[in-house]
Design a protein around this ligand. Structure first.
Ligand code: DX5
Ligand code: ZN
Length: 212
């Protein structure tokens, strides 16, 4: 299992320190970019994400919960280890977004809301590197894990077949359910409040890994 701590639950006034706290446990850092349209919440964008490059060598996992991913993806500074994930429900056509993100030289991720049928992403599976399964409604941290996500992860595994695609799962994951999520087929675990909501992010990250 690879851990991608979500900075959505971190102290935004001390982001560099919050990142340092999970070095050693984190394979990726998860950035929830929200535009107030695609989801009813606003967070941060390219200037904040790009500025944090100077403070860490951990690859970035950039989750775009925005309507126009093809317009804004090129504003993120990315390398081959980073991932930019867009939503299949966004306003820009998925084909255009995949082409745009691919050109940036990073990994391409596709995501879907809990209520969107998995079939919606099947046409794109040959052209993406990872699929991010939302196990809460996108927009806010600290929500409860939707149990139906476990069956969706198993079904997605089947649909992926032998394609080299990573499954990431995002939302409501904690030390009590992480093992089930990994057993269902998740390779990357994204967790916000379980890591940053308890005062000691390093210990919380280690506890999540230990729980697997
Ligand atoms: C929700 C975000 C998640 C969020 C997860 O829209 O995509 O990444 O940070 O937070 P927790 O782990 O608290 O559910
Ligand atoms: Zn996210």
């Amino acid at each position: 299992m690879k851990l991608s701590p979500s900075l959505l639950s971190a102290d935004f006034g001390r982001l560099a320190e919050e990142i340092r706290a999970v070095e050693g446990a984190a394979t990726y850092l998860h950035f929830d970019v929200m535009d107030g349209h695609f989801v009813p919440n606003l967070t941060f964008g390219p200037p904040v994400v790009n500025a944090l490059r100077r403070h860490t060598a951990i690859p970035f996992d950039i989750h775009l919960m925005i309507d126009r991913p093809a317009t804004y993806a090129p504003r993120f500074q990315v390398g081959p280890e980073d991932v930019i994930t867009f939503h299949v429900e966004a306003a820009d056509p998925p084909d255009e977004v995949i082409r745009t993100v691919r050109k940036l030289g990073c990994q391409v991720g596709i995501s879907l809301r809990p209520g969107t049928a998995l079939e919606e992403i099947v046409p794109y599976l040959d052209r993406v590197d990872w699929v991010l399964v939302m196990s809460v409604e996108p927009g806010f941290g600290g929500q409860e894990f939707i149990p139906e996500a476990l069956d969706r992860i198993r079904e997605l595994r089947r649909l992926i077949g032998d394609r080299p695609i990573t499954i990431a799962v995002d939302g409501g994951i904690n030390a009590g359910n992480v093992r089930q999520v990994v057993e269902a087929g998740a390779e990357v675990i994204i967790a916000g409040s379980a890591i940053y909501g308890k005062g000691d992010p390093a210990a919380a990250a280690r506890a999540l890994i230990a729980a697997c």
